[in-house]
Design a protein around this ligand. Sequence first.
Ligand code: TYM
Length: 339
Amino acid sequence: MLTKPTVFSAIQPTGNLTIGNYIGALKQWNEIQKKYFCIYCIADLHSLTIYQKPNILNKNILDTLAIFLACDIDPNKNIIFIQSHVPQHTQLSWILNCFTYFGELKRMIQFKEKMLLFKNKNINIGLFNYPILMAADILLYQADKIPVGKDQIQHIEMARKIAIRFNSIYGNIFTIPEKIINPNKGSCIMSLLNPLKKMSKSDSNSNNVINLFDKIDIIRKKINNAVTDSDIPPNIIYDKTNKPGISNLLSILSNITNVSIQNLEKEFKGKIYNDLKKSVIDNLYIFLNKFQKKYSKYRENKKLLNNIIINGSHKAQKKAKITLNNINNIIGLYNKKIL
Ligand code: TYM
């Protein structure tokens, strides 16, 4: 019997998830669970690379789990777990450190961006090593497919490189993972005021971002202020190079309504930009309102959340132990034996 391919993905519990996180990741997670065996992780260890207030991090972890559930990620069908509950992630991460080169990590775009952000001062090594922990997350479960947004592609390439290097020494040990990105022009949702920049939950200007918890007045204000262009007559078509603002609004609208970009272009032919914005506002409201109601229901149910966390860590650990024991044997670490 053929086994289903394994999918792995994760999100950092840093609060304020955006419509970009939804379209680039969670929406896909939901669709993929219908076909594959999926393991979805709350990457709390990754989030420590930037200081988190302990009580806020604690709360954000449960919030993130309730967000997964509100996006209809099914904990009975998939494994949902918290990264720090499975110590094999950090153990494998150390081993993979020894198969990764300094120069490779130095070239990671996200690391270079963080260096700029912190003006090269006090960059912690966690930020530098982050792609190795991410490789460990993926390789520990022998994952075949990794659904992510475009900003994570370089890290998946790094995981592949590490796995191929390890396999070239020890044989075919690790599955070589492949990325999956949103097929409907949603792999990188852009900032509302600067559609040349990725929409990011850490943006200091909240007007750039649609947050999953935004209410109608805020949605209206942000979308009405979103940058478009000054084409005369107005032209509502998807053209990321020449019309990044309009293209971004079309991507958002298409992904939350499941109407193809082509059909949206037909619908808005001859219309003005305000018509498009109005439709984005109305549909974001419908989508987010439904999401927020579901979220509140799950977030209040502490018992359910706790059960999912316990079950998830148990199931994830079972799988992780098998891979790590195998790796330990293969590289020559000494197994405890009762003599
Ligand atoms: P994180 O928490 O920054 O983002 C979670 C997911 O959301 C996607 N994303 C976007 N997609 C489209 N448009 C955007 N504007 C946008 N912003 C974010 C990200 O690409 C990501 O898929 N390192 C990862 C978490 C992680 C992980 C892993 C992912 C840890 N281990 C193993 C995959 C496999 C991160 O920081 O994602």
